[in-house]
Design a protein around this ligand. Structure first.
Ligand SMILES: [Zn+2]
Ligand SMILES: [Zn+2]
Length: 379
């Protein structure tokens, strides 16, 4: 028996779900668990794979019928071959547009359709100042990546005649063989070992890249950081990753992960900004106006009303970050009481003289405690 979850449950659809219900469920779950949205989240990655596997089987009429009949314990073992399901590299764009059908329909077609060969994706971190979240910017970075060798145009061969089709796989890069599994036979497809899956052999290697067809190259990549961007966002630069082997297939993508430097006093909550404003007892009691510079260019004027308490907040709508659901977010100012660090003799004397007026009234202390508790409980 297999401990795997039921494919219908994985997609959250009923056993008689229609094709389009299955597709809809898959798209929505795949978007939720996509690695781009859940960086470094192993659980999301597992779910992403499970959802793909369930969709691969249930979207294929033939496989779905077999699954309905036998469940996970199909005669002949996993339909994905001895290694089981390995996951598919789907971009998040594909989940919004079209294109997923053709990727999935290739899985059970026995390798007749050539697998897409792609260069490796690259991931780099890029720090930006906090100010950029307000303004957005054009950024430029240097990337070291394997690119097609210019001397041989990526072929790896010194001369065009120096490349020949691999005789072991007839240039397909893959080898098919028939395997017996119980009463059933099935087709197994593996990479050709003679040509390492490239489908071609180089007899006269290019001197610059030693037949590899690729070499490390430094290039400048420019990109736009939109205002309101969050830390951890990955910008995808299509085709700016590594070149594929043998100059066939497409280049990988470059992902630029944005890290935003901290602001000296603001914390960020989506498009909202939070800050603490430490004021003395006198300013809280009598009220005051505080003016501080603000990243949007206009000074932030904070009016503190007389009789303010530490813990009170002042909200300044429309002064937060751009890119919020309803336009710009707000700035929330949390008032704090800034106590004197040192009490000098003369200050002690002055404070002592004010005790009767503004000190604690011990006769009504219990009442104040009750009031305070009531306020707190009401929230
Ligand atoms: Zn071969
Ligand atoms: Zn070369």
């Amino acid at each position: 028996m297999s401990g795997k979850r039921d494919y219908y449950q994985v997609l959250g659809v009923s056993r008689d779900a229609t094709e389009s219900e299955i597709k809809r469920a898959f798209r929505s779950l795949a978007r939720r668990y996509h690695p781009d949205k859940n960086p470094d989240d192993a659980e999301a990655e597992t779910k992403f794979k499970q959802v793909q596997e369930a969709y691969a089987v249930l979207s294929n009429a033939d496989q779905r019928r077999k699954y309905d009949m036998f469940g996970h314990d199909q005669p002949g073992g996993s339909p994905f071959g001895p290694g089981g399901f390995e996951g598919i590299n789907i971009s998040i764009d594909d989940l919004f547009g079209g294109g997923i059908e053709s990727i999935f329909s290739q899985i059970f077609s026995g390798g007749r359709v050539r697998r897409r060969s792609r260069g490796t994706d690259l991931l780099v971190n890029h720090e930006i100042p906090f100010q950029t979240v307000f303004d957005g910017s054009e950024e430029s970075i240097e990337i070291d990546a394997l690119k097609n060798c210019e001397d041989c145009k990526g072929s790896g061969s010194r001369t065009p005649e120096g490349v020949r089709e691999c005789p072991s796989c007839d240039g397909r890069g893959r080898i098919q063989r028939i395997e017996k599994a119980g009463f059933f036979t099935k087709q197994v497809v593996t990479d050709c070992s003679t040509c390492r899956g490239e489908g071609r052999l180089v007899s006269d290697p290019c001197g610059t890249c030693k037949g590899e067809g690729r070499s490390k190259k430094t290039s400048q990549v420019t990109f736009t950081v939109p205002p309101g961007i969050s830390s951890g966002t990955r910008l995808r630069m299509r085709g700016h990753g590594e070149a594929p082997r043998g100059a066939r297939g497409e280049s990988g993508d470059l992902y630029i992960q944005i890290e935003i430097n901290e602001h000296p006093w603001f914390e960020r909550d989506g498009a909202d900004l939070l800050m603490a404003l430490p004021l003395g007892f006198v300013e809280l009691a009598l009220g005051t106006q505080v003016t501080i510079p603000h990243p949007d260019g206009a000074d932030l004027r904070i009016k503190v009303p007389a009789g303010s308490n530490p813990g009170d907040t002042i909200n300044l709508p429309g002064r937060g970050l751009p890119g919020g659901r309803r336009g710009r977010g707000s700035v929330t100012v949390l008032l704090k009481l800034d106590m004197p660090k040192k009490v000098s003799k003369s200050l002690r004397k002055s404070l002592d003289s004010l005790k009767d007026e503004i000190g604690t009234d011990f006769d009504s202390l219990e009442d104040s405690m009750k009031d305070e508790a009531q306020r707190r409980r009401r929230g």
